[in-house]
Design a protein around this ligand. Structure first.
Ligand code: TEU
Length: 579
């Protein structure tokens, strides 16, 4: 009995300790929440750990590795979609919202995962993909079967006798055309993504009720939140007015009644649970950010913007980088602008990588052997010291870098394959495209996690669904765990630093030396505590110019073995001072 009580106390302690708002010792009157204080670790389930040797990561694999995740010090796991899906877009095409994808396991596995996570004080956030379903969802099968079917209005249809529908852009369509003609009922259906991802009709209250019911199903199981896929796109003007071709997405993200739906969702579902929500804020402009997360509006909790990750591309749709690289001054402006959006109310997020982005060290740091670890640690410092909840992508703690495939045959991602086909059709420059994809393709960040030096990096005993990065023998958990100076242990230290210093969570953010093209520096200030963070984003030494005297201040953290307090920063140097 006593043992049982002790165990219970232990579990309770474990689950409360890392995120308990009351424990934050500050006089600031900021509105504290567990999801503001936590660090989110994103797991791409397909590539994390395969437990049954079919080459695809799965839920049991994640369970096996929960102690590892816990050892990072993070609080929340965001899992990409794990629901039944024909996998046209790796789970972002859901055919049953209340079933588990068979490659990933069973509902019993899921229940166990949730239990094992809660036991360790980890929260679980799932992906909510409700702008569209799979074309293999029962609703769509019914919907497309006849114009009179009761599910017809679960999707958007345009009857062909009205003529060609007004142009809409599709992300994953060879013609970029979001209207697909369906012969059976002589009508077009709308799909902002692939033609196997028809858009759900949120104007239909029955559809909305189904979605809310499904959300309750997961919350009743104990899930701790949702990351909401392309949620700004759900509302569509049923008259389908013409949109300007060069500015479609901002129209997509500001549909009529969008915020009515989010408020209804809050009323019907969200307010009844102690959970967190984060909007994938695609095409959301800074001036609209608060509409999603101002607590007074009762909609969502956090939003992540795309302005940062869109920086540095040439203005075409094939994700080709500007050979000049990106301008750090613009980078700073974007992150400072977004910090200001949530300075008084609402709350932001900070990320440099996810399953839709290349590896952060390749994109924003430098993945040459000389600088890979150093620049990755610098980026980790940035993520862990901003005023926003960090969303940290699995593998970035090892400084995993882009795999850089030489051939389209290696790619599995619908986005890369679709863009390639488009270019092929239009006699575009395929060679240039393959080179560009080495930097920008999504599959770069979806390669299997590198656990150890055994075949396939210990990810699977079978044939991995996507090739493993060849550097796995030197870049893996087993090696980095033992090395105090590894990116892995650096990440652990920085998570700990953030979580034990409320100033890094809630403190005011002020950028300094704004016009410096090489150094990103800022202060964080809460009550009497001030930290100064100095980050050199380049491979050359660079000077921080400021009147703030910091060189005699305490160095709280550095990514160099030999700490230095000089205003002249070494390549990719990242230093945190306490002033
Ligand atoms: O992403 C939204 C989206 O538009 C992405 O396609 C993004 O623009 C692109 O990846 C940039 O290269 C979400 C999911 O995160 C993504 O994985 C899905 O493919 C997409 O929605 C459709 O569900």
């Amino acid at each position: 009995m006593i043992k049982k009580i002790l165990l219970l106390l232990l579990f309770a302690g474990l689950s409360i300790q890392p995120i308990c708002a009351e424990e934050v010792n500050t006089t600031s009157n900021v509105n504290k929440k567990w999801w503001k204080e936590g660090v989110v670790y994103q797991i791409y389930p397909r590539s994390f750990k395969d437990s049954d040797g079919n080459g695809i990561g799965d839920i049991r694999g994640i369970i096996e590795k929960l102690d590892y995740v816990k050892s990072l010090g993070v609080d929340i796991i965001w899992l990409n979609p794990i629901f039944e899906s024909p996998n046209d877009d790796n789970g972002y095409d859901i055919s049953n919202y209340e079933g588990i994808m068979k490659e990933f396991g069973t509902m019993a596995d899921f229940d166990q995962l949730l239990m094992e996570m809660h036991k360790r004080g980890l929260k679980l956030v799932l992906d909510l993909v409700v702008n569209h379903s799979s074309s293999e969802h029962e609703w769509f099968k019914q919907s497309r079967s006849s114009r009179e079917n009761p599910y017809r209005n679960y999707y958007h249809w345009w009857n062909a006798e009205k003529g060609t529908p007004p142009a809409r852009y599709s992300f994953f369509d060879v013609e970029s055309n979001a209207w697909e003609f369906d012969k059976k009922t002589n009508a077009y259906y709308l799909h902002y993504f692939s033609d196997k991802q028809p858009d759900l009709n949120w104007e239909n209250p029955k559809l909305r009720a189904e979605i809310y019911k499904m959300m309750r199903f997961w919350f009743e199981k104990g899930v701790d939140g949702f990351r909401m896929d392309v949620i700004p796109f759900i509302a569509k003007d049923q008259a389908f007015p013409e949109f300007p071709a060069d500015d479609m997405l901002s129209h997509y993200a500001t549909g009529p009644k969008l915020h009515d739906y989010l408020q209804e969702m809050h009323r019907e579902v969200l307010q009844h649970y102690n959970i967190m929500t984060v909007a994938e804020g695609i095409a959301v402009k800074p001036q609209d950010g608060l509409k999603f997360v101002d607590p007074a509006r009762k909609e969502l909790d956090m939003l992540y913007h795309f302005d940062g990750v869109h920086l540095g591309y040439l203005p075409n749709k094939f994700k080709v980088m500007d050979p000049k690289g990106y301008d750090l001054r613009e980078f700073k402006k974007i992150y400072s602008t977004w910090d200001a959006v949530f300075a008084q109310k609402g709350w932001g997020t900070i990320y440099l990588g996810n399953h839709d982005q290349p590896r952060m060290v390749t994109r924003w740091g430098n993945d040459s052997p000389e600088f890979r670890e150093l620049s990755s640690k610098m980026l980790t410092t940035f993520l862990m010291t901003m005023r926003a909840t960090p969303y940290y992508y699995y593998g970035d703690e090892l400084a995993m870098n882009n795999i850089k495939f030489n051939s389209i045959a290696d790619y599995r991602d619908i986005e890369s394959i679709n863009m390639y086909q488009q270019l092929q059709k239009n006699n575009g420059n395929l060679k240039e495209f393959i080179e560009a994809q080495k930097i920008s393709a999504r599959d770069n960040s979806r390669t299997p996690f590198q656990w150890d030096s055994s075949p396939n990096a210990g990810f699977t005993t079978g044939k991995p669904w996507l090739r493993v990065n060849q550097n796995y023998k030197s870049v893996n958990v087993e090696i980095q765990d033992k090395n105090q100076n590894s990116p892995l242990n650096y990440f652990r230290d920085l998570v700990h630093l953030r979580k034990s210093n409320p100033v890094l969570i809630y403190g005011d953010y002020t950028v300094i030396d704004e016009s410096n093209p090489s150094v990103y520096a800022y202060t964080r200030k809460l009550d009497k505590k001030t930290f100064l963070i100095a980050l050199n984003f380049t491979k050359d030494p660079a000077k921080l110019n400021t009147n703030i005297s910091f060189v005699n201040s305490k160095v709280v953290s550095s990514n160099y073995k030999e700490k230095s307090s000089s205003a002249l920063l070494r390549p990719y140097e990242a230093t945190i001072y306490e002033l």
